[in-house]
Design a binder for this molecule. Sequence first.
Ligand code: GLU
Length: 382
Amino acid sequence: MVKSENDKAGSKLPYRRIVAKFGTSLLTGGSAHLDEAMMSRLVAQAAQLHQQEREVVIVSSGAIALGIDKLGLTRKLKGIPFKQVMAAVGQNRLMQTYEQLFSRYNIPVAQALLTKADLSDRAGYLNARNTLLALLELRVVCIVNENDVVAVDELDGARFGDNDNLSAMVANLIDADLLMILTDAAGLCTADPHCNPDARLITQVERIDSDIECLATGASSKLGTGGMVTKIEAARLATASGVTVVIADGKDKDVILRLASGEAVGTRFLPAASKLESRKRWMLSDLCTRGKLVVDAGAALALQTHHRSLLAAGIRQVEGDFQRGDVVSICDPDGVRIACGITNYASGDIDAIKSMHSGKISSVLGHDYGSEIVHRNNLVVF
Ligand code: GLU
C-alpha cells in the first residue's frame, strides 16, 4: 500500500473528492454494445465510495457508441455531423443505464453536459463549479460528458476533443483530490507491451517531462494516437492544479476501491503543486483580480477564523468594475488584503446591496444568485 499525501496530512480518507473517468473502450469492452456487466461493476465500486462518505463525480464517454448501436448504423450519415447526432441519441441511453444501476444503491444521479467554451467563460465556470459542488453537497453522483451536440469539431479550440481533457478540467473545477482515468490498458509503459516483451509499467511519474511525452507519442506505441497522448495531456493539466492522477485498467478487480485507498495500481502522476497553492496562484495573478471589496471587522473575522461565506451585510465598499464570475480581492477595514475569491455578483449589484440583509437581494436587484456574495467554496483566505 502506498501512503497518499492526504494520509500524511492526517485526513480520515486518503482521497475524499474523486473524479473517475470511464472511456468508451472500457464501457463497451471494444464491442459495438455497452458491456452492462462491466458498467455494473464500475457503478458498484463508485457506490461503495459514495457510501464511505466520499464525493464522486463520473466523467463518462460512450454516448456516440451507444447512439450508433441504438440506430443500428454502420456507415456515416451524409451531410450531418455524424458523431453529434449519435451522441444525441446515445446520451439518453447512457444516462438511463447509470440511473438504473445507481438506483440499486438508492443513489440519485445527475447529468452535466459541458463544453470547453462553457468553462472558459467566467460566469460559465462559476455556474458549473457552483452546481457541481452543490450536487456533491446533496450527495448526488453527477455524470459528466462533453456536450457533443454543440461542441462542433470545426470550432477550433472550443472543443475538449476528448473526455480525458474534460475529466482534468472537471477535476480542476471541483478541486478534486484524485482523478482516475480508467481505460483498457494497464497504464503508461516504457514501450508498447503488444510488441515489446521488455515493456514494463511505469508505476509513478513525479513530473511530466519530454521523456514521458515521448513515451505517449512514440511511434512504436499502439496507445500513442488519441490514447495515451490525451491521457498525458489530461494528467499534466490536472497535476498542475494539485490533483493526483492515475491511469489504470478499469477491468482490474476493485480497481476504483483500491485506487481510492491509495494502493499503487496503474501509473500514478504526482501533483505538481498543492491544491491551495494552485488556486491561490490563479486567484492572485493580476490578470484575474478585477476589483476589491472592503468588509467590516465582523465579516473579516468570519472569513478568517470561521471559514464563512461573504454576505452583503458585511460589505462596506466596492471598488472596480467587475462581473459575476470575476476574481476580487477582499480587504479588511484597514485596507489589508485578507482573502480573494470568485464573486457571485457584479460590482454594480454589490454596490446596491452592500450592508443589507441577504433577504433583500431579490427585491433590490430583481434577481438573486444566492445569499453569498462570495461563497466559501470559492474563497482563498490568507
Ligand atoms: N463524448 C464522447 C462520447 O460520449 C466521447 C469522447 C471521448 O471518448 O473522449 O461518446
